[in-house]
Design a protein. Structure first.
Lengths: 378, 221, 586
């Protein structure tokens, strides 16, 4: 039995190695991707692979369906990581046509694995209305940005008031006893804000004076200081964080006074609570990360035409300018800003210095970083 | 096939039966003629039941030993030509008395005719009005009578009875034995009735045969 | 014209074809999945098992799984034995109703149980009102937590209680009949002997030998079910992983070359280790079950009960407590579906409203409506039913046939094959299909009926378990008599087999539909998004959504209520048809 298994394994291994050696070297930017045939029959429906993107609310979908006559069906994953996983899973027989929600920390992997195909949108006049900051990370034809935001640490001013708990001036403060069990982070393995924040910490610790320690030493200390790790953003923000709307939801635990969210999240809180919030962002250089979310046509889509139409719709002035209200994120269009209503803009914070890591480096080292993170937080 | 053979409903020559290396009986010879009721008298466990089961095909068949109306039994399919009455009355509990009886009829007919048939049979066996009764409500004797009616309705060429009255009390048994003979005779049945009770054998049969005369027994000493 | 020899040959061939096809459907996908994972990770199975004990994640998961399973078994016995004792020894009016009620948890979908216990431990829920806060761990639970130093003790306690809830019916169903048919004179006599003078003596010399095997068997099964529990772990202890939930979380990215190899390594290692543990556990269980089925029934149940009379006040309290425990989580699920928490001017108010039901019934662009999910569930369940009943019946018949012809070894092998899916957890079966079949032929992703395969695999063992004793007890005389009457082979089959098996058929049908409706682990692996969601998956999906929409939570509860009601109805039907007095379990 052992010999047979060994032989079988060796054969499979050799076969797979030979298969994986072509076109996968990571220093080769221009990978030859072939356009795959449709994974399923085109029945006229547009299947969108996404997570709970709020912008895709009923009225928005219905007006698209009415205007174009195309029926939409969603394949919903729990988060951005799920979107990438699903595309990888069904690579040879893609179930969806359009993906919405991969961000700049996941995008390169999708591109390297030939999961996306080129869209014609870059030739459309509306493409010129996209701000340069949104296009900074990626300007190609495989993905179009549709919203953006800066991932920040948020803390609850009711508790972190300088008396009970001091406002951190360095990330190392969070490893002190006063913060024990009071922080909550979404996991970079599955959550895109979580991943963005992890990237920020990598840059933060690389840029600080201390050359002995890196981000994962800090994560290890955080784990020892009983930080909570959740799989998704909403669990961290809603169930654990005391500063947000989670207070009023069923199942709220409320044991954390600091968490990962967006710098403009306090603005969102105010927007929904008549200009009142006790949450604010942590002003600390290189602890925030500019996140851009993308949409793109999946390689192997059946309804390519429908997908193109939806991209245009998502990036249209009407829809995209409403990103703050409908999606609680910034629009990608030039000259767009947050509304004044109920202190949305007033309470939204703007990060002074964001962390930066080039997209290519993200793709090269992400798997190793995730392994390190896992190891550090066990 | 000559005329003499056709008269013989059953002809058994030199039949033997083994079970797990032990011989149950050897050299069994038996001839049963048309319209005869034969009783075979023998102690319990000597193989009488096995012989009956071999005749009707419930046991694995031995070539060239048992002939039914001139044909080797191994080449026949069971099609109701040989009826069998078990020691305990086998009535199907999901059917009432009437429907159980009707199972014996292999002629398709409409509801009205069926009711008539059931009525007739019930009267024949002395249980009028029992048609809708449930099987569980019958006494042992009543049950065997229903079994008998069903078996006769199938109009078999040969009826085998395997100690059908052994479970009844003496009084009921006597009564039922006499009735059974009456029923069998009135339908001109050929039957082999197996029992260990001498009185029963003498009451029911035309001819009483002794098991020891029919075959050599396996002596276990 | 077919002779009976021909007919036997054909039916035997069909039986063997079905058995072999069934065995292959269990083994092949799993084998293929393991091979693929070995190829992707570059590790052999042996290396993988060794690496299991080096990875912190897997070691932690194993530790937690063993811990919760053991505690679950202990708690199940603590709650279940007194119940079985009271139920088995004394006279009770409406005992069949009581037995039925106690068995409800076992057939309930795991996700419904998860919702029930979430509602139970929630802030403002019944437990919280009496000072036991398992959710946020204030008060007593917080103290226990800080004393033991175990993180999230409250969640752990909630999980263990939930498992006990699920499994008390196993203990009651296995121990109670043994108790109730014991001759009371045994007890009287042993009291007079020196060995039975003390309570301890009686326990040692009478009770342990008598109901020991039944308890051991129930414990082993309880261990296996707690070990492979998924939905409950997912929702009650979200920060912890068991082996099963670890596999499920990692499963979505496993088996892909050069992508998240770490998940492939985990899935391979966990799968192998869990297989080893489960096969061992089930081997022990089948050994114990054989011991247990040596019937000691000497007296009729009713006379034994009469001699002991009615239960004391304490006994009645135990039973009522047990019944409340059984029904409370389910009642809470139903109630929670009508309660919507809204925030008005900074204060939380709870309103009773049908809004959640209305929303859930309509669905929207992103979530399936209850009727749509329900119809998916029912379609899967009915198709599963057809396959499981046919396959299960054929397997049970062949086991019986082999036993009758003296071929005990072969009969045992077929019996084990029929039980094999239980040794493979639901998630593993789902992963086997995902990695084994789907990666090999991705076009099958389009196949709506894919979830039927794991459903059939997971329900057939129960069909066999119910049908086999019934088939064994068939009196062959009926078949012989029917043949002698000259009935056609079809009619012989109808009157001598089918009509006797209608009861067991109805029971196994109900169980099959109920288990298919409630199946979560395998379905979750295969159908997590889109229009194929079943009701179970819908509940999970809804609960996973952000809750700033206050309707989300009661919508999930509404879906769970529909699932619960459906299961309940099916269960009642099965109980009605189950022959009385046959108190023994599966």
């Amino acid at each position: 039995m052992n010999f047979k298994l060994f032989t079988l394994t060796s054969i499979l291994l050799t076969a797979s190695l030979s298969g994986c050696l072509d076109g996968k070297s990571s220093d080769n930017q221009n990978i030859e991707c072939t356009t795959l045939s449709a994974g399923h029959d085109d029945d006229g429906k547009l299947r969108i692979l996404t997570y709970d993107v709020l912008a895709l609310n009923d009225s928005m979908i219905e007006s698209f369906e009415t205007a174009t006559g195309i029926e939409i069906e969603f394949i919903k994953e729990s988060d951005a990581g799920g979107i990438l996983d699903q595309m990888m899973l069904t690579k040879e027989a893609q179930q969806a046509d359009l993906m919405i929600g991969l961000d700049n920390s996941y995008l390169q992997t999708a591109i390297e694995n030939c999961l996306l195909r080129e869209t014609l949108f870059t030739q459309s006049p509306q493409y010129q209305n996209i701000s340069s900051s949104s296009l900074e990370a990626y300007q190609g034809k495989l993905a179009i940005p549709f919203d953006q935001g800066t991932v920040c640490l948020n803390y609850d001013e009711n508790f972190v008031d300088g008396e009970n708990i001091t406002i951190p001036t360095s990330l190392w403060n969070l490893t002190e006893p006063q913060w024990n069990g009071k922080t909550s982070f979404p996991s970079p393995l599955s959550s895109s804000p979580g991943r963005a924040f992890m990237l920020a910490t990598i840059d933060y610790f690389e840029s600080d004076a201390d050359e002995q320690t890196d981000a994962f030493d800090w994560w290890e200390k955080m784990s020892e200081n009983d930080a909570t790790f959740t799989s998704g953003w909403s669990e961290s923000y809603e169930t654990h964080y005391t500063g947000g709307y989670g207070e009023y939801t069923v199942g709220h635990i409320g044991d954390s006074h600091l968490t990962v969210s967006y710098c403009h999240s306090p603005g969102v809180e105010a927007y929904y609570s008549s200009n009142y919030t006790h949450s604010t962002s942590l002003e600390l250089p290189k602890t925030s990360f500019h996140q851009v979310e993308y949409t793109g046509i999946i390689n192997g889509a059946a309804n390519v035409a429908g997908a193109e139409q939806f991209i245009e719709y998502l990036l249209s002035n009407d829809v995209n300018s409403m990103m703050p209200e409908n999606n609680l994120m910034y629009s990608v269009l030039v000259n767009s800003s947050l509304p004044e209503t109920d202190g949305f803009r007033h309470h939204a914070d703007i990060a002074t210095t964001t962390a930066e890591i080039p997209l290519v480096r993200i793709e090269m080292e992400m798997e190793q970083w995730l392994a390190n993170w896992k190891e550090a937080t066990q | 096939m000559n005329k003499e053979n056709l008269e013989q409903v059953i002809s058994i020559k030199n039949l033997s039966k083994e079970f797990e290396g032990n011989k149950i009986f050897t050299n069994l010879n038996l001839n049963v003629e048309n319209n005869q009721i034969i009783a075979i008298l023998g102690p319990s466990g000597c193989g009488k039941t096995t012989m009956l089961r071999m005749i009707c095909g419930l046991e694995i068949c031995e070539n060239d030993s048992i002939y039914f109306k001139g044909q080797d039994i191994c080449e026949l399919n069971s099609n109701g030509e040989i009826g069998f009455i078990f020691q305990k009355p086998i009535l199907f509990p999901h059917l009432n008395v009437g429907k159980n009886i009707l199972l014996g009829s292999n002629v398709k007919s409409d509801k009205k005719t069926n009711i008539e048939i059931i009525k007739k049979e019930l009267e024949f066996i002395g249980l009028p009005g029992y048609s809708k009764r449930k099987i569980e409500s019958l006494s042992g004797g009543e049950a065997q009578r229903v079994v008998l009616a069903r078996a006769l309705l199938a109009k078999p060429k040969l009826l085998l009875l395997d100690e059908p009255f052994s479970a009844l009390d003496v009084k009921s048994r006597r009564k039922l034995v006499i009735e059974t003979r009456k029923l069998l005779k009135s339908r001109k049945m050929t039957a082999i009735h197996v029992t260990h009770d001498k009185e029963e054998a003498e009451l029911v049969a035309d001819i009483v045969l002794h098991w020891e005369d029919l075959c050599s027994q396996n002596k276990t000493e | 014209m077919l002779t009976s020899k021909d007919r036997t040959l054909i039916s035997n061939s069909i039986q063997w074809t079905v058995i072999i096809a069934f065995a292959l459907t269990i083994i092949l996908p799993l084998l293929y999945a393991i091979m693929r994972l070995e190829a992707v990770t570059g590790m052999s199975s042996l290396d993988s098992v060794i690496s299991f004990f080096t990875l912190t994640e897997t070691k932690e998961a194993l530790r937690f799984t063993l811990l919760e399973s053991l505690f679950s078994v202990i708690l199940t016995l603590i709650i279940g034995l007194p119940l079985a004792w009271q139920l088995g020894r004394y006279e009770w009016k409406h005992i069949s109703i009581i037995r039925s009620l106690i068995s409800i948890p076992f057939v309930m979908p795991a996700i419904v149980a998860a919702m029930g216990f979430l509602a139970l431990i929630d802030q403002g829920g019944p437990l919280d009102k009496i000072g036991i806060d398992l959710r946020t761990e204030s008060g007593i639970i917080g103290n226990i937590s800080s004393v033991t130093g175990i993180e999230n003790t409250g969640h752990f306690i909630a999980l263990v209680i939930a498992h006990a809830w699920f499994n008390i019916s196993l203990v009651v169903r296995m121990v109670e009949p043994t108790l109730s048919t014991m001759d009371p004179r045994w007890e009287e006599q042993i009291r007079l002997l020196p060995a039975g003078n003390s309570r301890l003596g009686r326990v040692k010399n009478l009770w342990l030998p008598f109901i020991g095997p039944a308890i051991a068997c129930a414990s082993a099964l309880c261990f296996v079910f707690s070990f492979t529990s998924f939905a409950l772990v997912k929702w009650l202890t979200p920060t912890k992983s068991t082996l099963e939930s670890l596999m499920a979380d990692s499963g979505g990215t496993a088996g892909i070359y050069n992508y998240r190899i770490d998940t492939s390594e985990i899935v391979l290692a966990v799968c192998l280790v869990q297989l080893i543990i489960l096969v061992t556990a089930l081997a022990i269980t089948s050994r114990l079950q054989r011991k247990h089925s040596l019937r000691h029934a000497i007296v009729s149940e009713s006379s034994a009960r009469k001699s002991r009379g009615k239960a004391s006040f304490f006994g009645k309290a135990v039973l009522i407590g047990g019944l409340i425990f059984t029904l409370l989580p389910l009642i809470l699920v139903a109630i929670s579906s009508f309660v919507v928490r809204t925030v008005k001017n900074g204060t939380i108010s709870s309103d009773f409203t049908l809004d959640a039901w209305k929303n859930a019934w309509q669905g929207d662009n992103s979530t399936l409506s209850i009727p749509e999910a329900l119809s998916n569930s029912l379609i899967y369940a009915l198709i599963t039913l057809i396959f499981s009943i046919i396959i299960g019946w054929i397997i049970a018949s062949s086991i019986n046939r082999l036993e009758n012809s003296g071929n005990m070894k072969l009969a045992k092998i077929v019996d084990m094959i029929s039980l094999a899916p239980l040794a493979i957890s639901a998630v593993m079966i789902g992963l086997g299909i995902l990695l084994g079949i789907l990666r090999w032929n991705p076009a099958m992703f389009n196949w709506f009926l894919i979830p039927v395969i794991p459903h059939v695999l997971l329900t057939t063992p129960f069909v066999v378990r119910v049908m086999l004793p019934a088939i064994r007890s068939l009196d062959i005389s009926f078949e012989e008599q029917a043949k002698m009457l000259g009935l056609s082979p079809t009619k012989v089959w109808i009157h001598s087999r089918l009509s006797f098996l209608l009861g067991p058929l109805a029971v196994s049908s109900s169980l099959t539909i109920a288990f298919s409706l409630g199946e979560f682990g395998a379905t979750w692996i295969l159908v997590r998004s889109g229009s194929w969601d079943t009701l179970s998956i819908l509940v999970d999906q809804l609960m996973g959504q952000p809750k700033f929409n206050p309707l989300v939570y009661p919508m999930a509860m509404a879906s769970a209520t529909v699932l619960m009601a459906l299961t309940f109805v099916l269960f009642l039907l099965a109980e009605k048809v189950r022959p009385d007095g046959e108190g023994s379990g599966f």
